[in-house]
Ligand binder design. Structure first.
Ligand code: ADP
Length: 591
């Protein structure tokens, strides 16, 4: 054993023995002087040094001695509390009164389980087997027979204490490594959290920004619609048409960005409710077919006869995905067909697994682009942007939405022959599987008991209360309403709307949701508390929040329906007709 293995401060040894002479013997044997092995022997036997052999320097040992087991245990405890452990203990076996050697060792190991112990014994109450039975067989336990051989004592002391010291160093190093790994893991988590927070902030910013852009865009689109109805010269009409279609494209793009950023910011929640899937698919195909223009493309719905119709799911999002796939199919197909195929492939515990597929006979997608096209702003061929338009966000959004609904989208294609996009969704089936008579009740609540004419208005023109704090919105909606032949009264907030309601009868209320002083939700709740017929006037929410959950919020507040801004003349007309029970025709305002 070389000096480099010893500690600079020396090894700390605890001797527990009821015989004070033994303490002395240990002190002599482990005294840090230069001695030869024979000198040590002589020293131990109380004789003078016997030889002049070259001496060796034995390492420094610090000794502490206790004459009783309990006292030894207390010394160890005090040392540990002071942060200075012992490297080794020599424990006598027989120590009356109190703890004997084995009891003492058990207590020492309770305090310091790694402490090496040498049992010193001349005769014992325990056999070796009993000792090992109680203390277990371990390399931290050695037995030393009295009388001692000083060299053996030195050797034992040095080897056991050195080993302990090396073990300590190793465990310190392991602890240090573990600490570093832990710190590195923490740093990585922190960096990941920061990156996610930054990405969320970016997405939130995008979501807010695109949301804010919708309001002025509403003004632009509304005014263009009014302009178109104002008796323009043919060229002016064309300018207005192009402006309006550009504004619509911009709105579609902003809606896509809004959706995508909401998904990325984890703000998009699914809104599941019962609806008629078959009817939704039929409507979608009817609307899509109208977009094919003069191309000879058959737009077909193939809804499997045995598949249930009434299901529970987020109809808005399923429709959004299917609309996107069908309109892509149509966009890239010059002739042939576009088929929306809906099939139920399995049913367990009233949950049907639907397979949705959109097939076309269009240009197809090269194999190396099949996975690329699902990335945001990704297109199979950049020339398609010029030729067919689009932003490259549609499939990215569809993929995320399908994922949120528990499915995965697949695509297969043969360039020049067409493409098929498909996905599976598990949708709970409503109790009465194929009874479509329920569908009406579930998809929309038709107004009941509406007056067919308005007794408050001799002209029988609907009198509309329009509550909106934004002036541009008031002008656009006000002018559109007038164009539809309505009489319009304006309020700038919910409180003013309520006051007007108590002074005058209205056929319908168009209520913005977010307004200062009193918002649309609170105003509607108060309207529903009014006395007389005013309490049951239809209230239509006008909101720039085009999220599915907003509809529920409006209905919960007592509103009857919901119109997302920006709305077109046509959608406003339909809502008014539905809720006033009258048919309205836009008047041309120009000369
Ligand atoms: P956009 O259609 O707005 O460009 P999408 O994310 O919906 O964005 O589609 C990304 C790209 O995938 C398209 O630009 C087109 O290259 C390709 N693609 C999607 N659907 C089809 C299809 N049915 N046939 C051929 N190519 C398609």
């Amino acid at each position: 054993m070389t000096a480099q293995h010893t500690k600079a401060t020396g090894f700390r040894i605890l001797v527990i023995d009821d015989n004070a002479d033994i303490h002395m013997d240990f002190r002599k044997i482990l005294t840090p002087v230069k001695q030869t092995p024979t000198d040590l022997e002589a020293l131990f036997l109380g004789e003078a040094p016997r030889s002049d052999h070259p001496s060796v320097e034995i390492p420094h040992f610090e000794l502490a001695a206790a004459d009783q087991g309990l006292a030894g245990v207390e010394m160890l405890q005090a040392a540990m509390e002071a942060g200075a452990r012992f490297d080794l203990a020599f424990v006598d076996m027989r120590m009356p009164p109190g703890l004997d050697g084995v009891d003492t060792i058990e207590r020492l190991w309770e305090l310091d389980s790694g402490l090496p112990v040498v049992i010193c014994t001349a005769y014992s109450d325990y056999s070796g087997t009993e000792i090992f039975e109680r203390l277990g067989v371990s390399d931290r336990l050695q037995i030393l027979k009295k009388p001692f051989d000083p060299v053996e004592v030195q050797h034992l002391a040095l080897s056991l204490a050195t080993r302990r010291s090396l073990e300590d160093q190793a465990s310190l190093r392991t602890e240090e490594l573990e600490r570093r790994v832990e710190q590195r893991t923490l740093d990585l988590h922190e960096a990941k959290d920061k990156a996610e927070a930054a990405s969320r902030l970016k997405s939130e910013f995008l979501a807010n920004m695109s949301h804010e852009i919708r309001t002025p865009l509403h003004g632009v689109m509304g005014m263009l619609e009014l302009l178109k109805e104002s008796g323009l010269a043919p060229q002016q009409q064309e300018y207005a048409d192009v402006s309006l279609s550009s504004a619509r494209s911009l709105l579609a793009l902003i809606n896509d960005i809004l959706d995508y950023s909401k998904i990325e910011a984890s703000q998009l929640q699914l809104d599941e409710h019962p609806f008629c899937l078959r009817r939704m698919a039929e409507e979608l195909i009817t609307i899509s077919a109208a977009q094919k223009g003069d191309r000879s493309v058959d737009v077909v719905l193939d809804y499997c006869d045995t598949a249930p119709s009434l299901v529970v799911g987020d109809s808005l999002r399923i429709r959004q995905v299917l609309t996107n796939l069908v309109s892509n199919a149509l966009k890239f197909t010059q002739s042939g067909e576009v088929v929306l195929d809906i099939n139920a492939v399995a049913c367990h515990d009233n949950i049907s697994t639907f397979r949705f597929a959109v097939r076309d006979t269009g240009i197809g997608i090269p194999e190396d682009k099949l996975s690329v096209i699902f990335g945001k702003f990704a297109q199979a061929d950049s020339s398609t942007t010029r030729q067919y338009g689009g932003t490259g966000l549609g499939l990215a959004i569809s993929q995320q939405l399908i994922h949120m609904m528990g499915g995965r989208i697949h695509v297969c294609s043969e360039p020049g022959r067409g493409a098929e996009f498909s996905f599976h969704l598990q949708l709970p089936v409503c109790c009465d599987l194929r009874d479509e008579s329920h569908a009406d009740l579930l998809t929309s609540a038709p107004p009941q008991g509406l007056p067919s004419g308005d007794p408050t208005n001799p002209d029988d023109r609907p009198v509309v209360l329009l509550a909106d704090d934004n002036e541009v919105n008031r002008v656009v909606a006000g002018e559109t309403l007038k164009l539809l032949g309505c009489e319009v009264v304006m309020a700038v907030d919910g409180r003013q709307a309520l006051e007007l309601m108590s002074q005058q009868a209205f056929s319908i209320v168009l209520m913005d949701c977010q307004m200062p002083v009193m918002d649309g939700y609170e105003a509607t709740q108060s309207i529903r508390q009014l006395a007389g017929p005013a309490r049951s006037v239809p209230v239509i929410a006008l909101t720039a929040h085009a999220m599915a959950g907003d509809r529920d919020k409006c209905l919960e507040a007592g509103m009857n329906d919901y119109l997302a801004k920006p709305f077109t003349l046509e959608t406003l007309q339909k809502k008014l007709e539905r809720w006033t029970g009258r048919s309205l025709t836009p008047e041309t305002t120009g000369s």
